[in-house]
Design a protein around this ligand. Structure first.
Ligand code: ATP
Ligand code: MG
Length: 412
């Protein structure tokens, strides 16, 4: 298969070059990633040496000739790399299971893995348009960190304005529930900043690692939130010394470059598909990476402050992977009191598996009240009460009785 693709892409490159008076070129190298087949060429004469930029602009013609959906073409010193998109069937199965080595979040090829987790490059930016795969990457990173670190050694604060990270709702590492409302998100940023100030004041350099993760920053830090923006700037510029790290995800650099001061301090960046070449340069901090030519759905380039840039495919988690996460016994604060006053004894758990929440009748009745006549689904049981399957069955009966009683009361 690889030989066939190689032949197709090399021939397409040669054919297009032949049709243009751009000097003579040498085939420098070929390689295959999850999402692309790369042909590298270098100039053999003076004319070719002056034509590097012109060759990059032939990407559309090369894609058409190879019958590929697109090409990302860029230069590195005297070499032009031409990356032909591969069909979806070839990368769809790049799941976390396939990449079973600890700390792995993706792969350049099945043998060259990309990892995350030692915070050598302390703060991380994740950029890309809608559908580029930012949240999926964040999930894979969170999953990786949750398995590497004991909850005693890593405290998480998460801002998730679009409720895309519910799989992590009762993760044991959460220092407070995942923040979703404007006020909760401001509080989460404020709490991490307060920890930074305390540690700074006390000179605490080796405190428990604290990680603030912000998905869709433009919703968490709107332009008017000058205080929160300033707090994040403080954290990314000075938090590292105090074991405080930030993961900052957004579609772009914010309207009118509102995040430029944050961006300069992100030494580790993941760029997915962005809207144009200018956004590619701003978000990556490096010209010519052509991230607007990436294909979306987990096709990312990792750029580090040491100048390295590498394209890889993010590993996509499967539902089974979430079963392995350490969950906490944290019970969310009760909803506002309702008129429900129901007191049937709830059977208490006596089953194995992960630790269970302590469920009071009051809490169960409150959630059932909010859901009115809905049956308790397994996913809601997990979300609200951290129930395993056996415990879910017990609680479902209580819930059912409660909703029947409620209906009768309403009919009275
Ligand atoms: N690594 C991946 N492997 C396979 N498919 C992926 C991967 N990442 C993303 N996708 C596909 O792309 C879709 C969008 O991904 P995701 O929600 O992560 O994007 P996003 O950048 O967060 O978008 P938005 O800005 O709208 O929230 C997913 O539902 C999935 O179908
Ligand atoms: Mg998202």
């Amino acid at each position: 298969m690889e030989t066939q693709i190689s032949k197709l892409c090399v021939t397409a490159t040669q054919r297009v070059l032949k049709n243009h008076p751009l000097g003579s070129w040498r085939l420098h190298n070929t390689s295959m990633g999850f999402r692309y087949f790369r042909v590298e060429i270098s100039p053999l004469d003076g004319l070719a040496g002056k034509s590097l930029e012109k060759v990059i602009k032939l990407d559309e013609q090369m894609a058409m000739t190879a019958k590929s959906t697109g090409v990302r073409s860029y230069r590195n010193k005297g070499v032009v790399s031409i990356e032909y998109n591969l069909p979806e069937t070839m990368w769809r199965n790049c799941t976390k299971k396939m990449l079973s080595k600890p700390l792995t979040i993706g792969a350049v090829t099945p043998n060259q893995l990309i990892s995350f987790g030692d915070f050598t490059f302390p703060h991380t930016g994740i950029f890309g348009t809608s559908g580029s795969g930012k949240t999926t990457l964040i999930k894979t990173i969170l999953w990786t960190l949750a398995l590497k670190y004991n909850p005693r050694d890593l405290q998480l604060f998460i801002c998730d304005p679009n409720s895309q990270l519910t799989d992590f709702d009762n993760l044991a590492h959460l220092k407070s529930p995942i923040a979703r409302s404007d006020s909760d998100m401001a509080k989460a940023v404020g709490a991490v900043h307060a920890t930074y100030l305390e540690r700074k004041e006390a000179g605490t350099l080796h405190g428990t690692r604290v990680l603030l993760l912000i998905d869709e920053a433009s919703q968490t830090l709107t332009k008017k939130d000058t205080q929160a923006i300033q707090q994040v700037i403080d954290l990314v510029s000075k938090g590292r010394t105090f074991n405080i790290n930030v993961i900052f995800g957004n579609q772009d650099n914010g309207k009118n470059g509102v995040y430029s001061e944050i961006l300069t301090n992100l030494a580790n960046r993941f760029i997915g598909t962005v809207v144009n070449a200018s956004e590619s340069t701003t978000c990556s901090g490096k010209a010519g990476l052509e991230c607007h030519k990436l294909q979306g759905s987990g096709d990312f380039v990792r750029v580090r402050s040491n100048g390295t840039a590498i394209r890889f495919q993010v590993a996509n988690l499967t539902p089974d992977d979430f079963e392995t996460l350490p969950r906490s016994e944290f019970v969310p604060p009760p909803e506002p009191a309702t008129s429900a006053n129901y007191s049937t004894e709830i059977p208490q758990p006596n089953v194995g598996g992960r630790p269970q929440s302590i469920i009071t009748e009051e809490r169960l009745a409150q959630v059932a009240w909010l859901h009115k006549e809905d049956l308790l689904t397994y996913s809601n049981g997990l979300k609200y009460f951290n129930l395993n399957k056996a415990r879910f069955k017990q609680v479902r009966d209580y819930w059912l009785n409660f909703t029947i009683e409620l209906k009768e009361l309403n009919n009275d």
